[in-house]
Ligand binder design. Structure first.
Ligand code: A5A
Ligand code: ZN
Length: 476
């Protein structure tokens, strides 16, 4: 297969949680010492990765008719509390601003945990007729959720710093339904670009987004066998439009309530990007989002330093369009290699006097450690080819591993066994709450989602015929 060195991933696989915490720090992604629980500092290198990831999703959304906007952080209590199910789902998690200076506010203000109730009163003002529809906007903001489960950097944050939420409004339910498919396709392409494998499933009724008709989720599986929800797409039907009076005049001249969808991702996609492509030596960044795609390390010999430096500059110039960095720090080459491996730079270019004499350059892949010596004349072509190959290999490896962690079960006992082996189970499920409760009691985790329309089988609990496959895993 792709020839990736699996022995290099023992610690990554077996002590993943430790690996993760350690590498966010050592690769200078986040500083976790900020003195408010569940909030973290983005360090410059991490921030550059984040900006690249956002570049990918912005491009995909802009290409599919979305427009970026920005709504306020503060939401007045009366708007926030309007939609009964929505508030019921979020009230335990809301931070409230109650004072302005020493004065108690007449109207409490919520720090948005998500922005439906900030946006929709304004949508009601914007939308008059069917000609104003569809409306598709998104924003990238920080949101606040008072999470009570164990907080974890980029995975469960109290201040989510990279919340990309899209909100759409349509004149027919079919159009909203189509938008759900567009959103799913957008996210597929997004995760394919990041090389993050996913399982798409429908959330059970009791686990859908508060106020939604239904929720479709993307999950990935971490090296420790845990599920992580990395994106959700919600069909909101007319629930919010009725509450917020989002109406339009249809072609027949009648007022109708609009149909809505919303979908979102967060810092979790960056967590997945970093977590899934690492090894014992550090991160392995997908070339597409790596702030530095190739690092040039000059190998100096006393009297020929200047010559080597000149050559390094020439190489950097020749590679215009590739994100390169020349490491001129006064350190031994080995120390530099170690640093850039930790930070996940996909390709290393070594250039020394011997390479210059032979008209060659040495290239080293971060993912496999493979080194090749290529003629100077083929440099650009080889660098581009290798960056492509690294992206493909990382994506393929991640998919292969996720598939290996997703295992079919035919009984509750088997599900339990699969979870104990740090994997995720899939099993036929009728979709009922009772059968979910049984699995939860016997295996320690319930069904996270269901995949519809597969082969015919029998529910793993009650034996009823079904075409739904449920997925069961411990989750973050
Ligand atoms: N308005 C819709 C889009 C919404 O809020 N959906 S959501 O509640 O499901 O959140 C969107 C995504 O944010 C989730 O799928 C999950 O990937 C991520 N998310 C939720 N809570 C989070 C938290 N505390 N920390 C990091 N990411 C979180
Ligand atoms: Zn059943």
């Amino acid at each position: 297969m792709c020839g990736l060195v699996d022995e290099m991933r023992t610690r990554w696989r077996e002590r993943f949680s430790e690996w993760y915490a350690e590498h966010l720090d050592r690769a200078e992604i986040l500083d976790v010492r900020y003195p408010v629980k569940g909030t973290y500092v983005w360090r410059p290198y991490g921030f550059r990765i984040r900006a690249r990831v956002l570049g990918v999703i912005r491009r995909l959304l802009d290409e599919t008719g979305h427009e970026e906007a920005l709504f306020p952080l503060l939401i007045p209590e009366h708007e926030f509390a309007k939609e009964a199910k929505h508030i019921a789902g979020f009230e335990d998690e809301v931070y409230w601003v109650t004072h302005g200076g020493l004065t108690e506010l007449k109207v409490k203000l919520a720090l948005r945990p998500t922005s439906e109730t900030a946006m929709y009163p304004i949508f009601a003002l914007w939308i008059r007729s069917h000609a104003d529809l569809p409306l598709r906007v998104y924003q990238v903001v920080n949101t606040f959720r008072y999470e009570t489960k164990h907080t974890r950097p980029l995975i469960r944050m109290r201040e989510i710093t990279t919340f990309k939420e899209a909100h759409t409004v349509h004149s027919t339910s079919q159009d909203a339904e189509r938008q759900v498919q567009v959103a799913i396709e957008c996210y597929r392409r997004f995760f394919d670009t990041l090389g993050v494998p996913y399982i798409i499933s429908k959330r059970p009724e009791w686990d859908k987004f508060p106020g939604a008709e239904y929720t479709v989720a993307f999950d990935t599986i971490f090296p420790d066998g845990r599920l992580l929800q990395i994106a959700t797409v919600h069909n909101l039907g007319q629930n919010f439009s009725r509450t917020f009076e989002i109406t339009f005049e249809n072609p027949q001249g009648e007022q109708e309530y609009a149909y809505q969808t919303c979908y979102g991702i967060s810092d979790r996609v960056i967590a997945a990007l970093l977590a899934l492509h690492g090894d014992d030596a550090g991160l392995c960044l997908m070339p597409e989002v790596a702030p530095i795609q190739a690092v040039i390390v000059p190998i100096w010999f006393k009297e020929r330093k200047e010559e080597v430096d000149r050559e390094a500059e020439a190489i950097a110039k020749e590679l215009s369009g590739v994100r390169v960095h020349i490491d001129t720090r006064d350190l031994r080459p080995g120390a530099k290699y170690y640093d850039w491996e930790l930070r996940g730079v996909p390709l290393r270019i070594e250039i020394g006097p011997r390479d210059i004499e032979q008209g060659k350059v040495t290239l080293v892949r971060r993912d496999t450690g493979e080194r090749v010596s290529v003629p100077r004349s083929a440099l650009r072509r080889e660098v581009e080819r290798l960056l492509g190959a690294i992206g493909d290999a990382l994506r393929e490896r991640a998919w292969k591993e996720m598939r290996a962690r997703l295992r079919r079960a035919t009984s509750a006992d088997e599900i339990k066994g699969i979870l104990e082996e740090r994997c995720v189970a899939e099993a036929f499920w009728c979709g009922s709450r009772e059968c979910d409760d049984t699995i939860e009691a016997q295996a320690g985790a319930g069904f996270a989602g269901m995949i519809e329309g597969g082969d015919e089988g029998r529910c793993v609990v009650c034996g009823r015929g079904t075409t739904k496959l449920g997925i069961v895993g411990r989750s973050y």
